[in-house]
Write a protein that binds this ligand. Structure first.
Ligand code: NAD
Length: 488
C-alpha cells in the first residue's frame, strides 16, 4: 500500500481495482503523529483523473458484484469480521498513531467498526422484500430491493475506522460498489481495511480508495456514475456536499458538526454525572461528534457539579495515546490546537469564568499537539464558546433554574446531534425526551451513540438529508425498490 521514500516516510497510494496505484498528480501532503508532531507518511492529493479511474473501476465491478447472490456477499462480511477481530490490536495502534486518541479509545473504535460489519453480515434478512398475495382478486404485489450503483464515501479525521464502517460494509453488502475518500489527516487505517477486505475475498473494484482533499470530493459529487454520497464531517462541508451532490442528482446523507448539551437535574447522581460528563467531554480530546460540550446545570447543584468536574478533569492523565494510562491525547493538528486556544481566549473576553485552563498543562508546550482539559463556568448562549463547535477538550457550564430553561437553551443551538439528561425522575426524562430537539439522547449516559443496527444522526445543521447512517436507514439509503403487481 506504500512506497518508502528516501527519508523512510511512507508514501501512500490509492486503491483502485484491487491494486495500489500511485496518484498521477505528483502532489502529496504530510501525515503527522499528533502526539509527537513527527511526519509518519505522505498522503497523495489525488487528481480528478485518479478519481475518474476509481469510479470507472467501481462501475466496471458493479454488474458482477450486484449479481452475486446476497448470502455470498454476506459471507465475505463474516470473513472480514473475523480478520478485523484478528487484527484488532494492530488496527487500534494505527488509529492512535494517526489520530492521537488513547489506545483504549482506539480499541473501542475498532469494536464500533466491527459491529457495523456484523450488522452488514445480516444482509440476507436485511435485503428481503415484502409482498401481499391478494391486493385484489387474482392480483398480487411484491417489493424487491436492488443496489443503486457506485456509492461515494467521504469521511472525517476523528474516527478513521468507525465512520467509514458506517458506510462501506452496508453499501457493498447491498450490492453496490464503493469509492472512499478518507480524511487526508488520518488516511492510514483505510488502506489497511482495503488489504483486509481483499484478504476476505472481496472482488477487485468493489471497494476503492482515492486519497486527497476537495478536488477528489468535488469529483465524487459531480461524477455522473456516482449514484449516492455518504458524507461525515464539519457543518459547512456537510451543507456544501449535500447541496452540490443533490444538484447533480444524487442521493445524499451528510452528517455535520455538533454542540451537544448535557442537562444535570437537581436530583441527579452527581458522582455518575461527573464521571460520564468528564469522559464525554474530554475523551478523544473532545474530538467526537457526540462529545459533551455544554453542561446545563439546573438549580443549586451547580457549585458542587462544577467543582466535581474540575477535580475530575484536573486528574485526567494527558499524554501520548500509546502510553498505557493516557486518557487525553493530543488534538489532531497544531492549527487546531491554536484555534482552540483562540476559543479559550474568546471565552475569557466574553466573560465566562475559566475554572480550569488547558493551556496551563505541562504538555501544552510539548512537541505534540497537547492541551489539558478546559472548563468554563457561567457560559451563556450568544458567547462564541457556546455557539461554535470547538471540537477540542473545552467544556462550558451554563447555569439555569429549571428543566424548561435548560431545554430551551439546548434547543437554541443551530446543531442538534445529541443531548443528555442526568436525573432519576421519570417525569423529567419524559419531558426532556418530548421537548429536546436532538437526534440521539442519553439518559444518565454520556455518549449515547447508537449501535450499528440503529440509525445514527441528528437534525438541524448536524444533518443534511433524509435517511440517517446505519441501521435500517442505511439499508434504505443503499438500495432502491421495485414494486411488481402481477396477475397470473
Ligand atoms: P472536515 O469537514 O474538515 O472534513 C471531512 C471530509 O471533508 C474530509 O474527507 C475532507 O477532506 C473533506 N473536506 C474538507 N474540506 C472540504 C472542502 N472545502 N470541500 C470538499 N471537501 C472537503 O471534518 P473533520 O475536521 O475531518 O472532522 C470533524 C468534523 O466532523 C466535526 O465537525 C465533527 O462534528 C464532524 N463529525 C460528525 C459526525 C456525525 O455523526 N455527525 C461524526 C464524526 C465527525
Amino acid at each position: 500500500m506504500t512506497d518508502q521514500v528516501q527519508d523512510q516516510v511512507q508514501q501512500l497510494h490509492n486503491y483502485v481495482g484491487g491494486r495500489w496505484v500511485p496518484s498521477n498528480g505528483g502532489r502529496s501532503e504530510p501525515v503527522y503523529n499528533p502526539a509527537t508532531g513527527e511526519e509518519i507518511a505522505r498522503v497523495p492529493l489525488s487528481t480528478l483523473d485518479d478519481l475518474n479511474r476509481a469510479v470507472s473501476s467501481a462501475a466496471e465491478a458493479f454488474p458482477s458484484w450486484s449479481g452475486t447472490p446476497v448470502p455470498r456477499r454476506a459471507r465475505i462480511m463474516f470473513k472480514f469480521q473475523q480478520l478485523l477481530t484478528e487484527h484488532w490490536e494492530e488496527l487500534a495502534r494505527m488509529i492512535t498513531l494517526e489520530n492521537g486518541k488513547s489506545y483504549q479509545e482506539a480499541y473501542g473504535e475498532v469494536l464500533r467498526g466491527i459491529e457495523c460489519v456484523e450488522f452488514a453480515a445480516g444482509a440476507p434478512t436485511l435485503l428481503m422484500g415484502s409482498n401481499l398475495p391478494d391486493i385484489a382478486s387474482g392480483l398480487e404485489s411484491a417489493m424487491y430491493r436492488y443496489p443503486i450503483g457506485v456509492v461515494g464515501g467521504i469521511t472525517p479525521f476523528n474516527f478513521p475506522m468507525m465512520v467509514p464502517s458506517w458506510m462501506f460494509p452496508l453499501a457493498i453488502v447491498c450490492g453496490n460498489t464503493f469509492v472512499l475518500k478518507p480524511s487526508e489527516r488520518t488516511p492510514l487505517l483505510a488502506n489497511r481495511l482495503a488489504e483486509l477486505l481483499q484478504e476476505a475475498g472481496l472482488p477487485d473494484g468493489v471497494f476503492n480508495i482515492v486519497h486527497g482533499a476537495h478536488d477528489v470530493v468535488n469529483g465524487l459529487l459531480e461524477h455522473k456514475d456516482v449514484k449516492a454520497i455518504s458524507f461525515v464531517g464539519s457543518q459547512p462541508v456537510a451543507e456544501y456536499v449535500y447541496k452540490t451532490a443533490a444538484a447533480h442528482g444524487k442521493r445524499v446523507q451528510a452528517l455535520g458538526g455538533a454542540k451537544n448539551h448535557s442537562i444535570v437535574m437537581p436530583d441527579a447522581d452527581l458522582k455518575l454525572a461527573v464521571k460520564e460528563i468528564t469522559s464525554a467531554a474530554f475523551g478523544s480530546a473532545g474530538e467526537r461528534c457526540m462529545a459533551c460540550s455544554v453542561v446545563v446545570a439546573v438549580g443549586d447543584i451547580a457549585d458542587e457539579l462544577v467543582s466535581g468536574l474540575a477535580e475530575a478533569a484536573k486528574n485526567l492523565p494527558v499524554g501520548d495515546g500509546m502510553e498505557p494510562d493516557a486518557f487525553l491525547g493530543p488534538v489532531i493538528r497544531d492549527a487546531h490546537k491554536n484555534r482552540t486556544i483562540g476559543y479559550i481566549e474568546k471565552g475569557v473576553q466574553e466573560g465566562a469564568q475559566l475554572v480550569l485552563d488547558g493551556r496551563d498543562h505541562a504538555l501544552a508546550n510539548a512537541e505534540g499537539y497537547f492541551l489539558g482539559p478546559t472548563i468554563f463556568d457561567h457560559a451563556a448562549p450568544g458567547m462564541n464558546i457556546w455557539t461554535d463547535e470547538i471540537f477540542a477538550p473545552v467544556l462550558q457550564v451554563v447555569r439555569v433554574n429549571s428543566l424548561q430553561e435548560a431545554v430551551a437553551i439546548a434547543n437554541k443551538s443551530e446543531f442538534a446531534n445529541g443531548a443528555c439528561i442526568y436525573t432519576d425522575s421519570a417525569k423529567a426524562i419524559r419531558e426532556f425526551r418530548e421537548s429536546i430537539d436532538a437526534g440521539m439522547l442519553g439518559v444518565n449516559v454520556g455518549v449515547p451513540a447508537p449501535m450499528a443496527f440503529f440509525p445514527f444522526s441528528g437534525y438541524k445543521k448536524s444533518f443534511y438529508g433524509d435517511l440517517h447512517a446505519n441501521g435500517k436507514d442505511g439499508v434504505e439509503f443503499y438500495t432502491r425498490k421495485k414494486m411488481v403487481v402481477a396477475r397470473y
